[in-house]
Design a protein around this ligand. Structure first.
Ligand code: ADP
Ligand code: MG
Ligand code: MG
Length: 254
């Protein structure tokens, strides 16, 4: 059973007037089959955690460790992380002009699986995943992220999730900008993947809304670059009624 272990993670970025520490000692263990919600105010460092785990070059690890089944994730290239089974659905996915969704998915699947999926079963896999997500078949021929609506971007992320079957899935603000119907469809997709019991999910969100559809095993409150409190699903209810005020008493991140 795959386990992602984050220990005392410190991350900085370069800013105009020097270096800014954003993550200030994050400890978290995510096992396959578990869903962890990471919640917190804007600017608390949630996306930085996601990008750091995915290996984004902007973020410098200044301390701590991240391992997947004992293997040092921080030493891995972005591609190696994907092959090892770490998946990040980007909060603001980039456009890849001229590359169709269909080709993009097949290339990604080839990279992750280590061999090209057999064309015939692959076409079926994509078709059925797209149907489940209520996506029009013509979507497969569009250029990645070019002119995608918010909902289309999110569906595309979940489509990747369903096809790539990662061990650890990091979903950053998957709920942002979705209307209720789209939120239901996207959540159902995440739940189908979860139901397999093979994926450990890090569900990053500012709002508790998505947690009505995707029930977490653990809830962590992120504040000022670290986990300020952890609990079960009931912690989300508390946040819903009380907000984040208690965690940011010292003022916003500086
Ligand atoms: P969240 O996802 O919780 O809203 P972020 O991780 O996006 O928080 O940001 C945390 C803090 O780090 C913010 O103050 C943000 O401005 C800063 N930050 C994040 N990424 C960068 C970057 N690439 N360059 C400069 N500052 C950054
Ligand atoms: Mg933010
Ligand atoms: Mg964010």
């Amino acid at each position: 059973m795959a386990t992602l272990e984050i220990h005392d993670l410190h991350v900085s970025v370069e800013v105009d007037n020097g270096t800014k520490e954003i993550l200030r000692g994050v400890d978290l263990t995510v096992r396959q089959g578990e869903t962890h919600a990471i919640m917190g105010p804007n600017g608390s460092g949630k996306s930085t955690l996601a990008y750091s785990l995915a290996g984004h070059p902007k973020y410098t690890i200044t301390g701590g460790t991240v391992t997947l089944d004992g293997e040092d994730v921080l030493e891995m290239s972005v591609d190696e992380r994907a092959r090892a089974g770490v998946f990040l659905a980007m909060q603001y996915p980039v456009e890849v002009p001229g590359v169709s969704v269909s080709n993009f998915l097949r290339t990604s699947a080839t990279a992750v699986r280590g061999e090209a999926p057999k064309l015939r079963t692959w076409v079926k896999e994509v078709k059925s995943a797209m149907e489940e997500l209520q996506m029009d078949p013509s979507f497969a021929e569009r250029s990645v992220n070019e002119g995608f609506s918010g909902g289309e971007k999110k569906r595309h992320e979940i489509l990747q999730l369903e096809l790539l079957k990662p061990k650890i899935a990091i979903l950053d603000e998957t709920d942002s900008g979705l209307d209720v119907d789209a939120l239901r469809t996207v959540s159902a997709g995440v739940n189908r993947v979860r139901a397999g019991g093979e994926v450990g999910t890090l569900l990053i969100t500012h709002y508790t809304r998505i947690l009505r559809y995707i029930q977490p095993d653990f809830v962590h409150v992120f504040a000022q670059g670290r986990i300020a409190e952890s609990g079960g699903a009931e912690l989300a209810d508390k946040l819903e009624s009380e907000g984040y005020e208690a965690y940011v008493k010292g003022g916003a991140l500086t």
